[in-house]
Design a protein around this ligand. Structure first.
Ligand code: M6R
Length: 609
């Protein structure tokens, strides 16, 4: 939530700050602003609205200077308007701050600062930062920031500039991500890697409560007690092209069409094609650990929670290990009953979701071993987990996750097959059989993507409805949930996902001809049961779209529309069935003129509680 950029060097700061903000807009887009420091003056330009609106304003005259900060906001405290937009300054425009996070004790700090004579103009929690730094300033900006963050409760990533100490940008973080990009005679600051890729691949990840003093020639990082730290510089293997739309109308569509590549990336180096065995050299999870696990807990939020639910089916089926799945946000406030024989798997595309980070820390305290599935190298979750398995999706910019969802599913298949191999819960011929099917999945995905025009036609027929029910059973139930989430988050159409067998216990009351049902009904072991559920739906005059297996002739006589996916093993259907649902949501939202990549009220990384 909220994106931060910063620059210090010898080039004009504004174009660099703006190009970074465009790459970070997925983090929030209800207002945007920049601040530039030159000749002992800081000029701020900010407005309500997206980065494009700020860009229009800047075209009329952008402030000149080589040091600056940028911000794109997702409102928490104070509605989106020009005044609440960042950057915020102190009383004399001498200290300017951009912030991502929530200051929990801002009311008491604000009252104290007002009683000391500070004048506040916005409704934000952030505004206490510049006033606090101003009041703690003696002769060094870094020391003022160091003193100030000791008084802050809550989460923050901040960039600070000041006319009192002009040759530097000071940055710090706690709970919200912040990265320093290293250039030649110039340095960068950003909330996430895509904002830096046009300029550098060399980055340093700031850790909790560290403070960075950035000049154009380098960076000095201290801990909260002032001790100078030697930090590792990491080379990121993503390139700029990965963060462009590459001719697609939206990032979401590009990312769906990249799913074949994501699946191949996940198979590569992890499956020995000649022996059909798994070799997880990139997973530093000791074999003894895998053998002694008695229970697995999978924790995640949003769509990642739905892959976790699919993970329960996959792990229990292939390894026989009991699996519990929970929302990170619920888990973290319950009594935690984990121990040394438990494995906790955290799933997070961004690796920065605040609730999942908090769940990770709670599990760590309980003594559970922690494995993270994440897309982002260097993210907080990747750094704090005991082992990491990367989902190899490349940068995902569209706010609604698609390719990362598929990458997460792939990791869960590969991981559970690997556990089955290590624990010998399946014999090698069974493992061989599933691997043989798994390696055919990329071609099958290509076949589905080639049928995109069919989905465009379906979207034409279905986009006028205001309510949808998505049904699935067994391992396809989480995919029904994901299909419904995709539709509602980008098209604002109400959609509910439900287990097909549960429908008659309530949701059936909603059904009539204005309330279409999308049902996932592959030829698997619950096929006949789902057909019965579809008949119950059809008896209510409801329009039904089925996602069914190629060659299923029976289904067309029962439902109104069918989209066929290729035949695979029962357990692998989710990876195929989710793709038409992603495309269906995309084309409906696009047809309705929605801002698909930046849906209202959402942000890609939910870095606040
Ligand atoms: O980065 P994470 O996987 O931890 O994010 C979790 C959710 O915030 C995310 O999946 C969210 O639900 C997306 N809007 C789904 O499209």
């Amino acid at each position: 939530m909220c994106g931060i950029t910063g620059y210090i060097g010898s080039k004009e700061a504004v174009p660099i700050l703006m190009s970074g903000l465009k790459k970070l807009e997925y983090r929030g887009y209800d207002s945007a602003g920049i601040a530039v420091l030159k000749d002992n003056k800081i000029k701020i330009v900010k407005c309500k609205g997206k980065v494009a609106k700020l860009e229009n304003l800047l075209e009329k005259g952008a402030p000149k200077g080589n040091i600056g900060l940028g911000h794109t906001r997702w409102a928490t405290h104070g509605r989106p308007n020009n005044i609440n937009a960042h950057p915020h300054n102190g009383c004399n425009s001498e200290v300017v701050v951009v912030h991502n996070g929530i200051i929990e004790n801002y009311t008491s700090l604000r009252e104290r600062l007002i009683s000391e004579g500070h004048n506040f103009v916005s409704e934000t929690d952030t505004e206490v930062f510049p006033h606090l730094i101003e009041s703690n300033y003696q002769d060094d900006l870094t020391l003022a920031v160091k003193k100030s963050i000791k008084e802050i409760e809550g989460s923050y990533a901040i960039g600070v500039i000041s006319t009192r100490d002009p040759g530097k940008v000071v940055a710090s973080r706690c709970g919200s991500p912040l990265i320093i990009g290293i250039g030649e005679g110039e340095m960068f600051l950003a909330s996430d890697i895509p904002a830096l890729l046009s300029y550098t691949n060399r980055v340093i990840f700031l850790e909790e409560r560290e403070i960075a003093t950035i000049t154009k020639d380098g960076v000095e990082i201290i801990d909260s007690e002032g001790k100078i730290l030697q930090k590792e510089v990491i080379n990121i293997d993503w390139d700029e092209e990965m963060t462009e739309k590459s001719g697609y109308k939206h990032f979401m569509l590009k990312e769906i069409f990249q799913e074949t590549m994501v699946i191949r990336n996940n198979l590569e180096d992890r499956i020995n094609l000649s022996t059909k065995t798994l070799e997880l050299n990139d997973l530093f999870l000791p074999l003894d650990k895998i053998k002694e696990i008695e229970r697995i807990s999978i924790l995640a939020c949003g769509s990642s929670y739905y892959t976790a639910l699919a993970g329960k089916y996959i792990f229990e089926e292939l390894t026989g290990i009991p699996v519990e799945v929970d929302y990170s946000s619920e888990f973290r406030y319950r009594k935690i009953l984990l121990g040394k024989k438990d494995l906790t798997i955290l799933i997070s595309q961004s690796g920065e979701t605040a609730d999942t980070i908090a769940a990770l820390r709670a599990c760590r305290e309980a003594g559970s071993y922690i494995l993270a599935l994440t897309n982002v190298r260097g993210s907080t979750i990747s750094r704090e987990a005991d082992s990491v398995m990367y989902i190899k999706a490349g940068p995902e910019i569209g706010v609604a996750t698609t390719k990362a969802f598929v990458g997460q599913l792939m990791c869960l298949y590969i991981l559970s097959l690997y556990f089955a191999q290590v624990r010998e819960t399946l014999d090698s011929s069974e493992i061989n059989k599933i691997i043989s099917e798994l390696i055919k999945i990329p071609q099958m995905v290509e076949i589905i993507l080639l049928k995109d025009p069919e989905i465009i036609k379906l979207s034409e027929e279905f986009h006028k409805y205001h309510n949808f029910l998505y049904l699935g059973r067994g391992i396809n139930y989480p995919i029904a949930l994901e299909g419904a989430l995709k539709l509602k988050e980008i098209s604002y159409i109400h959609a509910e996902g439900y287990p097909a067998g549960e429908m008659k216990h309530g949701p059936i009351a909603l059904l009539d001809k204005t309330f279409p049902v999308v049902v996932i009904v592959p030829r698997d072991k619950v096929y006949a049961k789902v057909i019965n559920n579809i008949k119950e739906v059809k008896a209510r005059d409801t329009l039904v779209l089925a996602i069914a297996t190629e060659g299923d002739k029976e289904i067309i006589n029962i439902v109104d529309k069918v989209f066929y996916i290729p035949k695979t093993s029962d357990i692998l259907y989710p990876i195929l069935s989710v793709i038409p649902l992603q495309l269906f949501a995309y084309h409906i939202a696009d047809r309705l003129g929605c801002d698909v990549d930046k849906p209202r009220n959402l942000a890609k990384s939910v870095t606040v509680e």
